[in-house]
Design a protein around this ligand. Sequence first.
Ligand SMILES: [Zn+2]
Length: 214
Amino acid sequence: MTKKLFWEDPYLTTIETVVESVFDDLVTLRETIFYVFSGGQESDTGTIGGYPVLESRKSGLDLQYILAAGHELKRGDSVLVKIDWERRYRLMRLHFAAELILELVYRELGQVKKIGAHIAPDKARIDFHWPQNISSLFPRLTSQAQALVDQDMEIISACSDESSQKRYWEVPGFARIPCGGTHLKRTGEVGNIMLKRKNIGKGKERIEVYAAAK
Ligand SMILES: [Zn+2]
């Protein structure tokens, strides 16, 4: 099973590890820092042994990486694994901004149903079934989320169940939420939060979340 170093230390940008298996263009690693799309957070981009990773996917608890045809990696090779850190850090900041907003939306609206979420490097979005214009909440959501960010609180990321690799994040005194994404160490890293509304059809509301570096 691939050892997921992006959980133990989400700030790793480069590691040296060993190729665990190779099947045509598909490679697995002993350890990885390459996050694979999950919980709405996009996959990392970067290289394995100098070869760009074209696609990554989950296979059970293993992670598989697809390289361009013609790569020369073999099982047992030592390789350098590098991720695009600038992109990943933007994903982490937007992911946590979205986590705060989502939790605050639940507290404001109670029975609201989340119907989707996506975290890209430029913005995050969360979609809800909600019959009204959700932007009336924005001043409250923004000021509450920004207050949590400005207090620069500790964010704990840990495992709740080893065998199934279930994880959570926790800001003590605020919330503990199940999530397998890569999370910041402190809320202050999020930056300045800004929200935009998109009406995406009948009874559906989208909140776009932006986070500008301070
Ligand atoms: Zn999360």
